[in-house]
Design a protein around this ligand. Sequence first.
Ligand code: BES
Ligand code: ZN
Ligand code: ZN
Length: 512
Amino acid sequence: MFESIRVVSGKQSPPEVIVLGVFQGEKLDPASLRYDAQNSVQTALARAEATGEAGRLVEAFVPASKGSTATRRIIIAGLGKKDAFSPGDLRTTAAAIGRRLAQTKEKVVSVELTGPLREVKADAMEGGRAFGEGLGLVGWTCDRFKGKGTDAPKRTSLEVQSTDDTLAAGLGYGLALARSTNLARDLSQTPPNVATPAWMAEQAEKLAKEFGLGFKVFSGKELEKERFAGLINVGKASENKPCMIRLEYIPGGKAKGGSGPVKKKAGNRPETAVLIGKTMTYDTGGLSLKVNNGMVGMKRDKDGGCAVLGAMHAIASTVKPDTPVVALLAAAENSISDEAYRPDDVITYRNGVTVEVTNTDAEGRLVLADALCWACENENPAFIVELSTLTGGVVTALGSTFAGMFCEDDALRHRLEQASAISGERVWRLPMHKEYRDMMKSPIADIVNSNPNRKAHPIQGAAFLYNFVKDGIPFAHIDIAGVHVSDDASGPFVKGPTGWGVRMLADLLAQE
Ligand code: BES
Ligand code: ZN
Ligand code: ZN
């Protein structure tokens, strides 16, 4: 939509567009009146279309400078009812404005919402941040795979400013988080013939080099050595071999780059936040093959991992928390060949748990189990948050409105809920109970990867994962199968990947 968007502080170009806001049923606030020397804004607001409803835009034109015949566009954004307003609403408002600016092709916009924000005692930093996120998110496009058959679109570079320094700082922070989210969306969009597990590792390495993160990839013999049984089995059928990708952020200092040895023994490490992402670069279902077109879109079965990479980008570039953070991406392609793992196989994990494979399409939990075992043994986790496109069942249950959250640790759950309230990425808690854990028992091994009774699929997934988390380690599993992609342009999103979780994880770590 835009070539680029940047926040300009210091010497600014005169704005071509000024954004003001008005609440439903209210007049223009006193601070905004100074932009309306000739009453054109108030005249515009008198029109019937100017309802002040959230997202409704009305436009007016004022002289660009005193006595000038050139005009400046004023966009007055409806902010909805005063008592129902929350700064996060500006995410959608900004997206509507972004869509308009992409049409008008104007390049310099000044966001002047201090007046209305002050009227409802809303924080200018928070408001600016949501606005920046909205602009940055709606501006995402991915043309990388367009060829000669498509004319290159003309795009403008947008300069965003505000006379309110706090709001401007918020705009900058929001745009930065949107950039990290857009990185995850670019990765998600990349087709599976390009985005193989090795390619995902290269992307992680690029990030590590740019920000001085520790980087290590386990592949080939090292997977055997570390007994990553899930990755080995799920990834067997594909020529694109599986790997475990590890990134490490160390506060205030550069981690050793390259693929040096990873410090083992949890006791020697400081308490570390661990983020885990399912990174299935393609999910055919394996021998339990997906049918009825259920395979289309499964290039996005890596979106848990993409979100975790995006979050590491945000953590290293923007949030810079005081706690160490480790990211683990369990990357494989679930394919078919005569080497494929089969329903009826039994797999032994590094923590000694054995799994009877009942369905090769329940592969995500099998590779996540490796990452969970590794994290509990080697990373000294303060907590583990894992994101995965794990089940179609969560889409049936919650649609695309909430991600399904499993978290039995009250403190971690509270933190996730707080982060989610800020980022607007909604989570809904789903239950865990011994009866669900019992459903996963196997007659021949310890557990099955899926109970064929077709009950409570999202919960079965979580119940399975709990077998690989050491008691006492706070753990959250978030099933993002319903929210990782948007079917149409809505709110700050365009049709396609949403980068769900990047901003929530960034906010989680910003609490440190
Ligand atoms: N990757 C899928 C889940 C999925 C479904 C993601 C729809 C995005 C959109 C996962 O690996 C899967 O196939 N899950 C099965 C589990 C079942 C076999 C127990 C499912 O949900 O049907
Ligand atoms: Zn599957
Ligand atoms: Zn899958």
